[in-house]
Design a protein around this ligand. Structure first.
Ligand code: PHE
Length: 341
C-alpha cells in the first residue's frame, strides 16, 4: 500500500466535527484500523524490507497521534464555558431612566384638572369627513371660515380630510349621547402651515364641551379662569377678547401675560406682552340642531386648548419643532417632572 497517500489523508482529514474525529480515530488509531493491519503485515515481509517499512509506519502512527491530540485540544473544550475573571474595578454601565414626553406631561395635567370637574375623555378618528370637521359645526359650504384652518384634504371627492381640530369629537359625542354632556377630547390635529419655530403641520389639542339645561356664560368664565389659575398660578394676568368661531355664539379668546418676556415683548408674544392660550364660546344653536339636540332646552359651552402652546409657555420652550424631534438632550431635561398621566 502506498504510504504517501495515507500520509496525505492523515494530514488533511477534517477533524473539526465530531464525526470526522470518530472516523479518524477508527481508521488510524484503533485496533482494526488501517495502520494496525499494515503493522501486522510486517511479519510477512522479507527481513531486509521489514525495518524501513516498520519505521515508516511508526512515523505515520506518530503523525496521526499528534493530529488527534491537537484536534482534541482545539475542538473539545467549548470556549464559552471558560469562566472569565471578574474585575470589580470596572466602571458600571450607566442606566438611562426614561421619562414622559413634555406634551404627555402637559396633557396629563390638563386632563386631571378637568376630570376633577366631572369631565370624561372622548376620542375620535384623525381622518375625518367634511360633516364632522365643518358642516355640523356650522361652517357654510362657501364660508370663508373654512380657510381659517388650512386643511389637508385627502380625497376631496369623498370629502375625506385630516381633522383640523378635535371639535369633530364633540360632534360625534353629541350625535350619540344626549345631555348632560361633559367631555374632554384630546388628540392630534393637522393644518397645512409652513413649519417654523411657531407653527407646525400637526399639533395637539384638548377641547372641552359642557351641555346641559341652564349652562351660562358665567359657567364658562368660572371654569376657564380656574383652569388658567391652576395651570399657570394664581393671579396670572388674563384678558378675554371677543372673537369669532362658526360653532360658537358668543366667541372669545383668552390671553395671558407672556411668561417668557413678562410683558417686555418677545418673538413668542409678537411684542405685545400677551399670548393667546385658548378659544371658547357658547355652543351655537345651529350646532345643536345638526347633532339632534334641542336648542330650546339645552345650552352649553366649548373650549379648545393647544397643548404645545401651553407646554411652550410653562417650560419656556423657544421652538415648537423641538417637540417632534426626539432629541434625547431635550427629552431628558423633563425627567424630573414625574411620570403620572
Ligand atoms: N376648534 C377651535 C380651533 O381649533 C377651538 C375652539 C374650540 C374654539 C371650542 C371655541 C370653542 O381653533
Amino acid at each position: 500500500m502506498d504510504l504517501s497517500a495515507l500520509e496525505k489523508e492523515i494530514l488533511e482529514a477534517d477533524l473539526s466535527t465530531e464525526e470526522g474525529r470518530t472516523a479518524f480515530q477508527k481508521r488510524f488509531l484503533q485496533k482494526g484500523g488501517v495502520l494496525e493491519s499494515l503493522l501486522a503485515e510486517l511479519r510477512t515481509l522479507p527481513p531486509e524490507a521489514r525495518k524501513a517499512r516498520g519505521q515508516a509506519l511508526n512515523a505515520l502512527r506518530e503523525k496521526a497521534r499528534q493530529r488527534w491530540e491537537a484536534a482534541k485540544q482545539a475542538y473539545s473544550t467549548p470556549l464559552s464555558t471558560t469562566p472569565k475573571p471578574q474585575d470589580p474595578t470596572f466602571p458600571a454601565l450607566r442606566i438611562q431612566p426614561g421619562g414622559r414626553h413634555p406634551l404627555s406631561l402637559i396633557e396629563g395635567r390638563i386632563i386631571r384638572f378637568f376630570q376633577r370637574l366631572g369631565y370624561t375623555l372622548a376620542t375620535g378618528p384623525e381622518i375625518e369627513d367634511d360633516w364632522h370637521n365643518f358642516s355640523a359645526l356650522n361652517f357654510e359650504p362657501d364660508h370663508p371660515a373654512r380657510d381659517m384652518q388650512d386643511t389637508f384634504f385627502l380625497d376631496p371627492a369623498a370629502g375625506l380630510l385630516l381633522r383640523t381640530h378635535t371639535s369633530t369629537v364633540q360632534v360625534r359625542v353629541m350625535e350619540r349621547q344626549k345631555p348632560p354632556i361633559r367631555i374632554l377630547a384630546p388628540g392630534r390635529v393637522y393644518r397645512n402651515e409652513t413649519v417654523s419655530a411657531r407653527a407646525h403641520v400637526y399639533f395637539h389639542q384638548i377641547e372641552g364641551l359642557y351641555v346641559d339645561e341652564g349652562v351660562q356664560t358665567s359657567d364658562l368664565k368660572a371654569t376657564l379662569t380656574s383652569f388658567v389659575e391652576n395651570f399657570f398660578g394664581p393671579g396670572t394676568p388674563m384678558r378675554w377678547r371677543a372673537s369669532y368661531f362658526p360653532f360658537t355664539e358668543m366667541s372669545a379668546e383668552v390671553d395671558i401675560a407672556c411668561l417668557i418676556c413678562h410683558g417686555a415683548g418677545c418673538a413668542v408674544c409678537k411684542h405685545t406682552g400677551w399670548v393667546e392660550v385658548l378659544g371658547c364660546g357658547m355652543v351655537d344653536p345651529a350646532v345643536f340642531e345638526a347633532c339632534g339636540i334641542d336648542p330650546h332646552r339645552y345650552t352649553g359651552f366649548a373650549f379648545g386648548l393647544g397643548v404645545e402652546r401651553l407646554a411652550q409657555l410653562l417650560y419656556t420652550i423657544p421652538d415648537l419643532r423641538l417637540f417632534g424631534q426626539n432629541d434625547l438632550r431635550f427629552l431628558q431635561s423633563f425627567q424630573g417632572y414625574g411620570y403620572a398621566l
